[in-house]
Design a protein around this ligand. Structure first.
Ligand code: WTA
Length: 690
């Protein structure tokens, strides 16, 4: 009936809502019931959502189940997202159209004409209601030294950083690089950018100076925010030194803001600004910039199958809505909950589920600075007990590692606060899933394997939302999120209908959290995601749709590999190796590795006059560490006489993958190789992986 009605007036616990067909809806408090025709969202005057966690079945009458809501989200997309956007976000100005998207041309616009400020949504509205509510718990490297930051304190910090940026000339649209691990000032810095309309580019604080420099240069960032040093697993990380080494090659950078973490003396540069001192001079109030829904919020570099990492761009309103909605629905996160996502803020999981999603929902979010095994493999669980974490979100690589250390490290602790256990970043094998469910969750928690990507902005496939008793199968994300329409595409680009099919995972319908472009490279954006299969967003992953309609991810279909939950392009490693003077050619592939998900196997041919040996391998590893980061260093380097190539000169990676995986009995057709003898040499010198 909802779908046929032109407009309905709906009442739920806390507000009234008019929903009109084709996407317009207005919400207003029960004490303000006026004519339903009266506009309820005044232009240029902020509106506040009256209710942060409504049950969607109350919001959309006629929908009594997940299936109903899902069908509505697919059939009446604008109505669905328009209603939720008005209800969950505070707008300075209402939007005129919910969406204008085209999967063929790759142009996506959501909440057109709307104006808002993301930092107001993440901080101000919660601070107004309850300034003493804890926003952040900084779980520092040493256990038991956590610091709590309330919404009131976060408001002041964020505004002070925003004012510091303004004082140093940072303007709306300028790019700000942030090179910091998870800590309150990193969050305040991200929000400060949002406050003044600057675009942040957080660079994972494990990247090398060269990798940082290339990201700063691509974005033409005008300032960098960092800390003197980082502390992780009892070790010091030279953040400031790395930044100084990087900005030597970054002409766009005008200032380096340095926050104090350890207080140690570090390399100083003429660009240095002591962030703590500069903040102390600034006011704790900063007028929020009024941003268009589609202005850039941030960019985040991620690996692709070719070329340099690309700066995936997310915009304001759609991203925030999608991150916050998925955070509360997938994890069943309620007001007052303590949400513990242990990802680093340098990755998308940290952006959406440490910072933006939880803060937009006004919950308490944990900033985890340490490692899963510091000071011992009970660290996560001791932290859960001490902080009373309700939802815990981690990567399968960490879960597999902890499983190996034994149950005693978990059983020591009271994990009774936990309700949801999440997994992200790579497929979670059934054994690890079972251990997570039984040993950590005591079979009382909902375990959600969540599939998504930097480009999707938030979780797209996950067992929840669904009915509280809906079945969950180990090792697969199962069900599409509202608004997400997954399709499986065959080799010829045809959509494979029905169940029990395997192919390329694509998404058929736009959703608000989707990436808008690659910074400075829109044609690369189109080529990568929208041209492989016309009319679909191509994820780069393969998937199976099982007979019951559930989705299971089979892994990347391109030359991107997944190492300890980090996405890495094999081409990036090859580029780094190629910069060593000895290297003639290299080919890098992933191989299945129990602990890390995938291991990195590099085949290298040397120029004449260079000798293979331990010294050479050490140098090659060193150059990868120097050009990218420690996690990108190959586990195996096989120096070989030649690479298997077709007559047209294309490297046959299929063969290299099989040799790396020790599956040489069935190499398939090698008759098209220019020199089949190469394969014998590869097998003879194959290094078995420890
Ligand atoms: C992989 C991380 C299987 C996938 C949020 C994807 C997964 C890439 C899962 C994105 C999962 C992520 N099951 N594979 N639950 N989650 N992936 O951009 O290959 O760092 O394309 O985003 O990780 O990695 P990214």
């Amino acid at each position: 009936s909802l779908l046929n009605a032109r407009s309905v007036l709906v009442r739920n616990r806390n507000f009234w809502c008019t929903i009109e067909k084709h996407g317009s809806a207005s919400c207003f408090g029960t004490d303000q019931v006026r004519s339903k025709l009266e506009p309820t969202v005044a232009m240029d005057s902020p509106t506040a959502s009256q209710c942060s966690f409504p049950d969607l079945r109350d919001v959309f009458p006629g929908c009594s189940s997940y299936e109903d809501l899902y069908n509505l989200s697919i059939k009446e997309t604008d109505l669905f997202w328009g209603t939720l956007a008005r209800m969950s976000l505070r707008w300075n100005r209402d939007f005129e159209h919910v969406s204008n998207c085209n999967m063929e041309s790759g142009l996506f616009r959501w909440f057109l004409g709307g104006k808002l400020n993301v930092s107001v949504n993440c901080v101000d509205r919660h601070k107004e209601k309850d300034p003493d509510r804890v926003a952040l718990i900084w779980e520092k490297d040493e256990p038991g030294q956590e610091e709590r930051i309330t919404y009131g304190q976060l408001y002041t910090m964020m505004n002070q950083v925003a004012n510091v940026l303004k004082t140093h000339g940072v303007k709306k649209g300028d790019r700000v690089a942030i090179y910091m691990p998870a800590c309150p000032l990193a969050v305040a810095s991200m929000l400060a950018c949002a406050r003044i309309g600057a675009v942040h580019s957080v660079v994972f604080a494990g990247f090398s100076a060269e990798a940082l420099a290339s990201r700063i240069n691509d974005a033409e960032a005008t300032v960098v925010i960092t800390a003197d040093q980082g502390v992780r697993g009892g070790k010091l990380i030279e953040l400031k030194k790395t930044v100084v080494a990087a900005v030597g090659n970054c002409p766009s950078v005008k200032a380096i803001f340095v926050a104090k973490r350890t207080g140690s003396l570090v390399v100083s540069s003429t660009l240095d600004v002591d962030l703590d001192e500069a903040m102390a001079k600034e006011s704790g109030e900063c007028e929020p910039a009024v941003m268009d829904s589609e202005d850039l919020l941030f960019m985040l570099y991620t690996s692709g199958s070719t070329g340099n990492p690309k700066g995936v761009v997310h915009s304001q309103a759609g991203y925030l809505l999608y991150a916050s909605l998925t955070q509360r629905l997938v994890f069943d996160c309620k007001e007052g909950d303590i949400f513990g996502c242990v990802a680093d803020i340098g990755w998308i999981t940290g952006h959406s589920y440490v910072v933006y999603g939880p803060l937009a929902n006004g919950v308490t979010t944990v900033l985890f600075e340490s490692t899963p095994t510091y000071p011992d493999p009970g660290r996560y669980w001791e932290t859960v007990q001490r902080l009373k974490i309700n939802q815990f979100y981690a990567a399968p690589t960490a879960i597999r590692l902890l499983l190996k250390h034994g149950d005693e490290h978990v059983e020591k602790y009271d994990l009774g606060s936990l309700r949801t256990l999440g997994s992200v970043g790579e497929p979670i094998n059934v054994e690890a899933w079972q251990w997570y469910n039984k040993v950590v969750g005591k079979e009382k928690c909902v375990v959600v394997d969540t599939w998504w990507q930097t480009e999707t902005g938030g979780i797209c496939i996950s067992p929840r939302p669904s009915a509280p008793d809906a079945e969950i199968h180990p090792g697969m994300p199962m069900r599409p999120m509202y608004g997400i329409w997954p399709v499986i595409v065959g080799e010829k680009g045809e959509e494979l209908k029905g169940n029990d099919v395997t192919g390329a995972l694509c998404l058929k319908k736009p959703w608000p959290g989707m990436a808008r472009t690659i910074y400075g490279a829109h044609s690369r954006f189109l080529e990568t995601y929208y041209q492989p299969f016309r009319g679909f967003y191509f994820t780069g992953d393969g998937a199976i749709r099982h007979k019951n309609g559930y989705y299971q991810i089979t892994g990347r279909m391109d030359d991107v590999i997944n190492v300890t939950g980090h996405r890495l392009g094999t081409a990036e490693v090859e580029n780094a190796l190629g910069q060593h003077p000895s290297v003639a050619e290299s080919a890098v592939v992933g191989y299945p590795c129990n602990d890390k998900g995938e291991g990195i196997y590099a085949y290298v041919t040397l120029k004449d006059g260079f000798l293979a040996g331990v010294k050479m391998e050490t140098e090659l590893r060193g150059i990868v560490r120097q050009k990218i980061a420690a996690y990108a260093v190959p586990d195996v380097i096989q120096i070989c006489a030649g690479l298997p190539k077709t007559r047209s000169g294309k490297i046959m990676r299929r063969i290299l993958r099989k040799v790396a995986a020790d599956q040489t009995e069935n190499l398939g057709d090698i008759s098209t190789l220019a020199d089949p003898a190469v394969v014998k040499d590869l097998i003879a010198n194959h290094q078995t992986i420890k």
